[in-house]
Design a protein. Sequence first.
Length: 176
Amino acid sequence: MKFIKRYNFFLITIGIIGIITLINRSVGIKAIGVAGYSLKEMALVIPPVFILLGLLDVWVPRETMVKYMGEGSGIKGVILSIILGSAAAGPLYGAFPIAAVFMKKGVKFSNILIFIGAWSTTKIPMFLFEMSALGTKFAVTRLLIDIPGIIIIAYILSLLMQKEEIKEIYKKAENM
């Protein structure tokens, strides 16, 4: 019973795909292929992310993270968040475990939001691709709009959220 409760979404999804396959075999096979591809992609991305997280957790002291990205870090915390997010590789879901470790290490909430925003929009490989495919003017313009936008959104979200909500998020990260 505990197994069913824990994996009910997964089991329901398998059931739905089974029904779809019975109704329309080609669509069902295509759905299974897409799910298999996604699982393979996650299996290739998640282990390296968790290895890097373990190294970050062990090698970088909390005091260092607080100094460079914590409450009193100022502009250097913002810049470091953008650099770390932009240099990251992999899909966006890889950013969230890193954000949880950042929370454990005392990184300021707005800097975590900036990191996630940079991960999703300012990746260096994407910037290089845009330069070659869409032109330097477009790529630089998009970057110059995105970076201030990310920072503004992060600070607005930080101001709109209640302190208790943010503390609760940090507490959940600590218990992970």
